[in-house]
Design a protein around this ligand. Structure first.
Ligand SMILES: NC(=O)c1ccc[n+]([C@@H]2O[C@H](COP(=O)([O-])OP(=O)(O)OC[C@H]3O[C@@H](n4cnc5c(N)ncnc54)[C@H](O)[C@@H]3O)[C@@H](O)[C@H]2O)c1
Length: 331
């Protein structure tokens, strides 16, 4: 198949691209390197890449669809900084909603099947584990953006017969992850801090719970979505087992010590976030053959070792649209 993967230089995009290339598909990657890196792109004869901003370059998107006539589009591109999203509302909606709308338009026009990664942020602060049947109650602009795109896809399905599936992943970990972003990927931030022997900063009391999973368990379900057997379905994917952020911080600290890096653990002001957030994955297990056997300690150690061998990339600051209520650690 000819398959477009947006966000190909990011965590999910780079892994799913590699997998689908290994199965003989032609992959057309799109990314603007806002959150991913050129080094993370696969090097393969069947991989063609376009450096393009999905928010703005509608003609560029049309040209790519016209040239390649993709059967399937995995739309991963996004800036998934949930905690920062209230301070970059305009950018958040432009990046997460309008860029997605440009992809949706092209999928309708070229009759491509769309696989969209939403987020468990759509559930907000409800009682976990979240099942797909819960009403969406996002508590921040990032969650609202994902919810909006889900609704837009649903209406495109009903009116234009757009074929689609939506995955709501959560807390995925793996190599080719951006650990140089100050605003997102808690374990990536803890690892970078430890490698620089700076304090690991836990927001709030650290008793928030999250479930982290290895990217390798995402490959099979994403692969199965290629077929038309699944259409109009919504799945949670991620780990069942959850940990407190204090436990995670201590794990990273211990792994750091094992490799000769010493970092203290400190606590900062609590963030506006769901206290406990993890999902039920029964549907993906039953329908997509999903199984998660993540060993978090081993997974963090493998990521730590990978990070040790990465260049010390620059950590960028993002221009805030609002500074009201901005946390001290992001000032
Ligand atoms: N990783 C997770 O734990 C997780 C959890 C929930 C949802 N998701 C969703 O899954 C998707 C992939 O996440 P990821 O972890 O791979 O993120 P990532 O940041 O590693 O990759 C996203 C990629 O999209 C690119 N991108 C961003 N804006 C773009 C634009 N305007 N034009 C072109 N490219 C652009 C970035 O440069 C980056 O390479 C995202 O939609 C995210 O919201 C991820």
């Amino acid at each position: 198949m000819n398959i477009i993967i947006t966000g190909a230089a990011g965590l999910l995009g780079s892994h799913i691209s590699r997998h689908l290339l290994s199965k003989g598909h032609k992959i057309i990657g799109i990314d603007n390197f806002f959150g991913g890196y050129k080094d993370f792109l696969p090097k393969h004869n069947n991989f063609e890449f376009y450096n393009l901003n999905l928010e703005k370059d509608i003609q560029g998107i049309t040209d790519i669809f016209e040239k390649h006539g993709p059967e399937v589009v995995y739309h991963f591109a996004a800036y998934a900084a949930e905690g920062l999203s209230p301070f970059i509302r305009n950018f958040n909606y432009t990046n997460n909603v309008l860029a997605s709308v440009n992809v949706i338009n092209a999928c309708i026009k070229y009759k491509s099947k769309l696989i969209f990664t939403s987020s468990m942020a759509v559930y907000g602060n409800q009682q976990p584990p979240f099942t797909e049947t819960l009403p969406q109650k996002p508590i921040d602009p990032y969650g609202i953006a994902k919810y909006t795109v889900e609704m837009d896809i649903l209406t495109a399905h009903e009116q234009f017969d757009l074929r689609y599936n939506i995955i709501r992943p959560h807390n995925v970990l793996g190599i080719y992850q951006n650990i140089w972003d100050r605003y997102r990927n808690v374990i990536g931030i803890f690892i970078r801090k430890t490698l620089n022997e700076e304090p690991i900063l836990v927001y709030g009391d650290g008793e928030q719970t999250r479930a982290f999973s290895d990217i390798k368990y995402y490959i099979e379900p994403f692969d199965r979505l290629l077929t038309d057997k699944f259409n109009g379905e919504l799945f949670n994917i991620g780990a069942d087992k959850y940990f407190t952020l204090n436990e995670v911080a201590e794990t990273v600290q211990l792994i750091g010590l094992k490799y000769g890096y010493s970092a203290s653990i400190q606590h900062g002001a609590p963030r506006h976030e769901a206290k406990h957030a993890y999902c039920d994955h029964t549907k993906a297990k039953n329908m997509l053959g999903f199984k998660d056997e993540t060993n978090l300690v081993e997974l963090i150690e493998s990521l730590f070792v990978w990070a040790m061998n990465q260049p010390n990339r620059k950590v960028k600051n993002i221009e805030y649209e609002l500074t009201d209520g901005m946390y001290e650690y992001w000032q």
